[in-house]
Design a protein around this ligand. Structure first.
Ligand code: GLY
Length: 369
């Protein structure tokens, strides 16, 4: 079954069709308080555990707890420190122990309330506790709404190896409140926009055109426009996930456009120097330049990406003093590398990308500049 988008004045639903693992993504304005009703509809629940972080709890914890408490199940909340370091074995173990202390069982439903870190961590608690319990994603960053909360990739980091331990575990539902965008710091919001641009390049030229023509609305965080932007990204991602849930056919790999360069930049610049979306923006331009060097795309199409990313306040180049050679070495260590060959997702035009795995290292090195 293919993804469907049903637009109404106030809210949009995107369906992810995965047989018995199908679910809906509900996208609306000020709809956080509907979480109680949404959880209640799952049925056969004794207990809901909200997993969130210290920042998000202050902003949205009360609304979510109040809505959930209108049902007759037990409601608890577990809070982890904000930041990537919470995606660790030690925090995971603490959460398992707390779940046990709270009497969590197979009828417990986890609600992941937060950005990508919380979604990945709470999702992995759901995938592993009691050999798997149900969970609902409530993403609260732009990046999480358009990418990590959809598609079931959950997990934690090992020291020096991001997302190395995890699972494919689909949520029962995703609830997106576009109002959360208002509270995001400018840098987080702009970083999230890099993944939005990515969908236009990899799958949908019309969508890319719409972004180019509406930069003002995007920068103003216009709720109605951004609701439709998020819905389109979710629809495009749903199509990919429906057709390659476990990343076996190569289709899901297209979501990694710019990410081979991005992961090397993150590792060599030092984690935290660039936000993930910022490194994605630079990485997409590196990938497009590489595609140009291979005669796969025109310089005009690279320029369109460059111009849009600049208008969205994203970085587009690396500092000169950041050494390029170690980044090529880092690319070779990427967990998506196969038999020592670095694989790239490269565009052939705006709206279409291909997997390319026989690239000369010297060309990859040159693409950083
Ligand atoms: N974020 C890439 C994926 O979900 O496959």
């Amino acid at each position: 079954m293919k993804a469907e988008v049903a637009l109404t004045v106030e809210s949009t639903t995107v369906h992810v069709g995965l047989s018995e693992r199908s679910y809906d993504i509900h996208i609306g304005l000020n709809n956080l308080s509907t979480i109680g009703e949404l959880a209640g509809e799952l049925g056969d629940i004794s207990h809901v555990v909200v997993i969130t972080d210290s920042n998000v709890r202050d902003l949205y914890g009360e609304t979510v707890l109040k809505s959930l408490s209108q049902n007759d199940f037990q409601v608890d909340i577990m809070t982890v420190p904000a930041g990537e370091s919470s995606k660790s074995v030690s925090i995971l173990e603490e959460l398992w122990q707390q779940m046990l202390s709270l009497g969590a069982d197979r009828k417990t439903v986890i609600v992941a309330l937060g950005g990508g870190v919380v979604g990945d961590l709470a999702g992995f608690v759901a995938a592993s506790y009691g050999r798997g319990v149900r969970f609902i994603q409530i993403p609260t960053t732009l990046l999480a709404t358009v990418d990590s909360s959809v598609g079931g990739k959950v997990g934690i980091n090992l020291p020096g190896a991001k997302n190395m331990v995890g699972a494919f575990w689909q949520p029962q539902a995703v609830l997106i409140d576009v109002a959360v965008l208002e509270s995001l710091p400018a840098r987080d919001y702009h970083a999230g926009l890099a993944e939005v641009v990515k969908y236009g390049v990899i799958q949908d030229e019309d969508f890319f055109n719409q972004l180019e023509n509406n930069v003002g609305l995007i920068l103003e965080r216009d709720a109605e426009f951004m609701r439709d932007v998020i819905a389109r990204c979710c629809e495009l991602k749903a199509y990919v996930v429906e057709n390659d849930e476990r990343e076996t056919s190569g289709l899901r790999a297209i979501l990694n456009y710019g990410h081979t360069f991005c992961h090397a930049i993150e590792a060599c610049a030092g984690y935290g120097t660039y936000m993930h979306g910022e490194a994605v923006a630079i990485g997409m331009l590196c990938a497009s330049r590489l595609a140009e060097a291979l005669g796969r795309i025109t310089s005009e199409d690279t320029a369109r990406q460059h111009n849009l990313l600049v208008q969205l306040n994203l970085p587009i180049a690396l500092p000169q003093d950041l050494k390029r050679e170690p980044m090529v070495e880092a690319m070779k260590r990427d967990k998506k590398t196969e038999h020592g060959k670095i694989r790239f997702i490269l565009p052939t035009r705006i709206g279409h990308v291909e997997l390319v795995d026989d690239v000369d290292e010297a060309l990859a090195l040159a693409a950083f500049n």
